[in-house]
Design a protein around this ligand. Structure first.
Ligand code: NAD
Length: 508
């Protein structure tokens, strides 16, 4: 069944209308005929039926990737030619940007305006990554005079790219761009909730002239991902998703000492000091928490507010939250869309209930229906007050438009609360006192700290987590480390035998 037209050729579909997998430059059905459905969170309607990859299909995709790597079909091309291909891919994405944004919105409910901005970021991320091909420098290492020691950057091999549903295309391209431009071959597994932009991406790669086998796409759920992670020919796993899945992947990866980069969950503190402007603070808190309907790993879900401004902050934030416009993601006026799935909505709701059970107060946070919302997974955004930092609602990732406001007395306490979770992905600090801003920035254990702003992830800057929020970095030049091995090369320059300490030449 095909409800949404992806603009793909007829061979991208099975006879029953379901979308196929992309392996070795061809569209294929899976070995056992499995399918899964994709639904629109805005009204619950069926968007598409998609082929679900099983063990045999994962094996075919990984083998194709391995063969393309081994044959040097791609990695032995000049860096300039790989860079040019990535720029052509960026052009393909730009050309289809409206279509891609619309598909993303249909699958995950992201407001269309945000989806369009996200696709633009996809294009610039590929443009940026294209430069890595020609700038993956090695080093000349100062060693004893009779040797020349240099390092080479070499691709790792087959990279499994596993991504979630909340920013599907961007998450995929942050991995795929650097991975392939540095000469690796990849198998991409999108989330079972949002697989459709990955299908279009596969075709864009083909149109950009990237050779068969270099980019493969296998749709499916956790079982498909698990097959991919365990496949012995996979050399590296780049994963974005929950901390629980990241831990499971790390365990399996240890079997073959696979390289792993993990972008995992968060419970970011957004810290507001009393010297800041309350209006700015409220805006900073809202934009930190509510982007993508609260479904971002960097969401500022714990708003730490200095006690002297706490009451005013809560009052104004509550009023602002009440004014947020929740509605169909395609409507211009909607600031928040639906939650991605019925299951995720139930999960977020269970945390609203839990907050109450834990003795906290919850403002808003209820289910929402009404005109134009029928069948959709909508809820009012919610604010939790009166919950200590050690409660589950402040320790576990809710991943929805629900956050807690917590008071603190001084800088020391703010930092202590900020650091008291297993996560360490991101943090915000709002103050006019530059020394305090810098002290707190240093003291907070997080991969990104925003000062008097929140949420910007520049492709030029590294992104990743401390503690249980991840391992390794995406974006920035750090990403070169994530997709290359370093080879050290030692070259003898002298002709004499002075280092033949075992006199092997005499023996011979
Ligand atoms: P998830 O961990 O359930 O799934 C992520 C992906 O992994 C999906 O494609 C899924 O099919 C696959 N998967 C699930 N189990 C697997 C297994 N055992 N082996 C291999 N693959 C498996 O996460 P989700 O619900 O899709 O996404 C939300 C989570 O992602 C949140 O925790 C969020 O914080 C995190 N996230 C992190 C970042 C970041 O950059 N740190 C960015 C976006 C989302």
């Amino acid at each position: 069944m095909t409800v949404v037209d992806l603009g793909l050729p007829p061979e991208a579909r099975n006879a029953d209308g379901s979308w196929r997998l992309f392996v070795d430059g061809a569209w294929i059905d899976c070995a056992d005929g499995s399918r899964f459905e994709v639904h629109d969170p805005a009204d619950g309607s069926l968007v598409a039926t998609v082929t679900s990859g099983g063990a045999a299909d994962v094996d075919a995709a990984v083998t194709a990737a391995w063969q393309s790597f081994e044959a040097g079909r791609w990695r032995s091309k000049s860096p300039q030619s790989r860079a040019s291909a990535l720029l052509r891919l960026a052009q393909q994405i730009a050309r289809r940007s409206d279509e891609l944004a619309a598909i993303e919105t249909r699958c995950n409910g992201m407001p269309l305006r945000d989806a369009k901005a996200m696709v633009k970021r996809c294009v610039s991320s590929l443009e940026y990554a294209s430069g890595f091909a020609q700038r993956a420098y090695g080093q000349s290492v100062p060693v004893a005079n009779r040797y020349l020691d240099v390092t080479l950057r070499e691709p790792i091999g087959v990279c499994a790219l596993i991504v979630p549903w909340n920013g599907p295309l961007l998450s995929a391209l942050w991995k795929l761009g650097p991975a392939i431009v540095l000469g690796n071959s990849v198998v991409l597994k999108p989330s079972e909730l949002t697989p459709l932009t990955a299908l279009v991406l596969a075709e864009c790669c083909q149109e950009a002239g990237i050779p068969p086998g270099v980019v493969n796409m296998i749709a499916g759920g956790p079982a498909t991902g698990a097959e991919l992670v365990a496949h012995p020919l996979v050399n590296k796993i780049a994963f974005t998703g929950s901390t629980a899945t990241g831990k499971a992947i790390m365990k399996v990866a240890s079997e073959h000492v696979k390289r792993v980069t993990l972008e995992l969950g968060g419970k970011a503190p957004n810290i507001f000091f009393e010297d800041g402007d309350v209006s700015d603070a409220v805006l900073g808190a809202l934009s930190g928490l509510m982007r993508n309907t609260g479904q971002t790993c960097i969401a500022g879900a714990r708003m730490l507010v200095q006690a002297s401004m706490y009451d005013e902050f809560v009052e104004r934030l509550t009023a602002a939250v009440d004014q947020l416009r929740v509605g169909p993601p395609t409507a211009e006026s909607s600031q928040l869309g639906p939650i991605v799935s019925a299951k995720q909505l139930a999960r977020v709701q269970s945390y609203v209930e839990l907050a109450r059970e834990e003795g906290a107060e919850v403002h808003g946070g209820g289910l929402l229906d009404g005109d134009g919302l029928a069948g959709g997974y909508y809820m009012r955004p919610g604010l939790i007050t009166g919950a200590g930092n050690d409660l589950r609602v402040n320790q576990e990732e809710i991943f929805g438009p629900v956050g807690a406001v917590l008071p603190f007395s001084d800088e020391e306490e703010a930092v202590a609360i900020a650091n008291a979770t297993p996560y360490g992905l991101a943090a915000g600090v709002w103050t006019r006192d530059v020394k305090r801003a810098l002290r707190v920035t240093r003291a907070v254990r997080a991969g990104t700290v925003w000062v008097n702003t929140y949420g910007w992830n520049f492709v030029e800057a590294p992104m990743g987590g401390f503690k249980e929020s991840g391992l390794g970095r995406e974006n920035g030049s750090a990403v070169i480390d994530a997709y290359t091995e370093t080879k050290n090369v030692v070259i003898e320059l002298d002709e004499d035998d002075s280092l033949d300490i075992y006199r092997l030449r005499d023996v011979r």
